[in-house]
Write a protein that binds this ligand. Structure first.
Ligand code: AMP
Ligand code: MG
Length: 458
C-alpha cells in the first residue's frame, strides 16, 4: 500500500529565491537496504502496511507521494576558508516537512539526482557514503549527540561513475530538524538581500528558537548549541572532517557526514579528510573553527540590524565569549568521562590524560572505557585520578565501548559494493548499542586494516 506522508512544508511559504522545485531522477531497480522503522514510528508515519518494495520506491524518489512538492534549497558557504556564493542541494531533494509527535522535521532524499545547484556533479550518491552516513548518524544518536537521522537507504539499480570506477548508486533518506545552515544566511548576505535575511531570520526563530526576541539572541542561542555539540563530538573522539559553513546546521545537529571519523589512536592533530591538507578541520581545531564559522553567521546577521556599528560591537561582544563557553562545554563533556564533577582540577586531569594518551598512541575509546586499567600505563595519573574519588558507575556508563570504527565501516562498504549487506547490518546493530560489550567492534584496527584517510566520495 502506498504510504501517505502528512507533509506540511512551511519552507515553501518563503519566496521562490530560497529554493527550486525539482523532480527525482527515476531509479531503474530500487531495492531497500535498510529502513529505520523505529524512526518512522517516532515520526508518526503510518508504516504498518508498507512493504519493502513500497519503501524502496518511495525512498529512491521513484514514487513521490502525491502531496509532496519536492524542492532543493539554495545556500552558500565557506569551503576550507574560501567563499562559494552559490552552493545549494546539488544531490539532495526535500520531500517536505512533517510536524509529528517528535516535532517538525525535514525529510530529504540524498543522491536522488541532479538539481539546478548540481554544478559539475551528477546529483547521485554511491552506496559507500550512504552506508557511512547511515552508520555514523545511528551511532551519534545512540551516543545521545544531536544529529540528523537516517530513515532509509535504497539501492537505485543504476551505477554511478566515481574515481574508483562504476559503483552501485544509492539514496539516503535523511531526517533533520531543518536544513538551514550558516551558509543559508551567507547566501542572502552575499547578495545584500536584506529582505530575504529578515525572512530567513524570522523563519529560523519561529522554527528553532522561539524564545529569541532578536537576531542577537538568536545568534547567542546558535552559538550555545554549536559549543555544546562540538564539545560532545570531542568527548567521543569524533572528527567531522568538513566543517565548512554550509555544513553547520543552525538547529545544532551534526550534519553532512562526509570524510568523518571516530579516532582510533588519539592525537590532537588527527585529520581524516583527504582534501584537508592544512589540518583546518583537525580534531583539536574543531572548537576554534566553530568560532570562525559563527563569526561568518554574525557577519551575515549584521545586515539586518539598523545601526551597523552598534551591531558589529554587539555581535563581537557575544563572539568574544565563545572560547570560554567552549572550554566550559568541553569540561562538562569530559568530566563524567572521568566519573568526576566539572572543576578546574577535573579539566586538568582530563588534559593530562589526553597528553599521556597522545604520547603513548593510546586508543581513544578503549582508554576511557577501561580507565581503571590506566594504572599499568600511567601509574602517576591513575593515582591522582583515584585520589579525586571518581564515581565508577558514572564513567562506566558515560564512556562507550563501541564507536563506528573507520576500518569496520570500510569493510562493510567493501562487502556492500559486492552485494553483501550482512556486515553493514551487523555493524548497525553493534553501533546502536554502544555500551554493550562487543569484542569484534571494540578492537582497534590491525596494521593492515588501518584506513588513513576518508574521501568525500560523493
Ligand atoms: P558537501 O561536501 O557534502 O558539503 O557538498 C558540498 C556541495 O557540493 C553541496 O552543494 C553539494 O550539494 C554539492 N555536491 C556534492 N556531491 C555532489 C554530486 N554528486 N552532485 C552534485 N552536487 C554535489
Ligand atoms: Mg554539505
Amino acid at each position: 500500500m502506498p504510504l501517505t506522508i502528512p507533509f506540511d512544508t512551511t519552507y515553501l511559504s518563503l519566496p521562490d529565491r530560497f529554493y527550486s522545485e525539482v523532480a527525482a531522477a527515476p531509479a531503474s531497480a530500487p531495492q531497500l537496504i535498510a529502513f529505520n522503522r523505529d524512526l518512522a514510528t517516532e515520526l508518526g508515519l503510518d508504516i504498518a502496511d508498507m512493504s519493502d518494495a513500497d519503501a524502496a520506491n518511495i525512498f529512491s524518489g521513484n514514487d513521490v507521494p502525491s502531496n509532496a512538492v519536492p524542492f532543493a534549497q539554495v545556500y552558500a558557504g565557506h569551503q576550507f576558508g574560501g567563499f562559494s556564493p552559490r552552493l545549494g542541494d546539488g544531490r539532495a531533494m526535500h520531500l517536505g516537512e512533517i510536524d509529528g509527535p517528535a516535532g517538525r522535521v525535514d525529510i530529504q532524499l540524498k543522491g536522488s539526482g541532479p538539481t539546478p545547484y548540481s554544478r559539475n556533479g551528477d546529483g547521485r550518491a554511491w552506496v559507500g557514503p550512504v552506508l557511512r552516513e547511515y552508520l555514523m548518524s545511528c551511532a551519534m544518536q545512540a551516543l545521545d549527540i544531536p544529529t540528523t537521522k537516517a530513515l532509509a537507504a535504497v539501492l537505485t539499480g543504476d551505477p554511478v561513475l566515481r574515481e574508483q570506477g562504476r559503483l552501485p548508486g544509492a539514496v539516503l533518506t535523511r531526517v533533520a530538524a531543518s536544513h538551514i545552515r550558516v551558509g543559508t544566511f551567507q547566501y542572502f548576505a552575499a547578495q545584500r538581500d536584506v529582505e530575504a535575511l529578515h525572512l530567513l531570520t524570522d523563519y529560523t526563530i519561529q522554527r528553532h528558537y522561539p524564545d529569541a526576541t532578536d537576531p542577537l539572541q538568536l545568534f547567542e542561542m546558535v552559538m550555545q548549541k554549536q559549543a555544546t555539540l562540538v564539545a560532545k563530538w570531542m568527548s567521543v573522539g569524533f572528527i567531522h572532517g568538513v566543517m565548512n559553513t554550509d555544513n553547520v546546521q543552525i538547529a545544532g545537529e551534526t550534519i553532512d557526514y562526509g570524510p568523518c571519523a571516530f579516532m582510533d589512536v588519539y592525537h590532537p592533530d588527527t585529520v581524516f579528510s583527504s582534501i584537508d591538507r592544512q589540518g583546518r578541520y583537525a580534531y583539536s581545531n574543531q572548537g576554534p573553527i566553530t568560532h570562525w564559522n559563527l563569526a561568518q553567521l554574525a557577519t551575515s546577521l549584521v545586515q539586518i540590524l539598523p545601526d551597523t556599528d552598534k551591531a558589529i560591537a554587539d555581535f563581537t561582544a557575544i563572539l568574544d565569549r565563545f572560547p570560554a563557553l567552549f572550554e566550559d562545554e568541553w569540561a562538562k563533556a569530559f568530566a563524567p568521562k572521568l566519573g568526576l564533577a566539572p572543576s578546574d582540577e577535573t579539566t586538568l586531569l582530563a588534559k593530562d590524560l589526553l597528553a599521556l594518551m597522545a604520547e603513548k598512541g593510546a586508543d581513544f575509546t578503549n582508554t576511557f572505557s577501561t580507565l581503571d586499567e590506566t594504572q599499568t600505563l600511567y601509574p602517576d595519573w591513575h593515582a591522582r585520578w583515584r585520589a579525586a574519588a571518581p564515581d565508577d558507575a558514572l564513567w562506566q556508563k558515560t564512556n562507550p565501548q563501541i564507536i563506528p570504527r573507520t576500518h569496520k565501516i570500510e569493510q562493510a562498504i567493501q562487502a556492500a559494493t559486492h552485494g553483501d549487506f550482512d556486515p553493514f547490518h551487523e555493524m548497525l546493530d553493534a553501533v546502536k548499542s554502544p555500551f554493550t560489550p562487543n569484542a569484534a567492534y571494540a578492537q582497534p584496527p590491525k596494521e593492515a586494516e588501518k584506513v588513513h584517510q576518508t574521501f568525500c566520495g560523493t
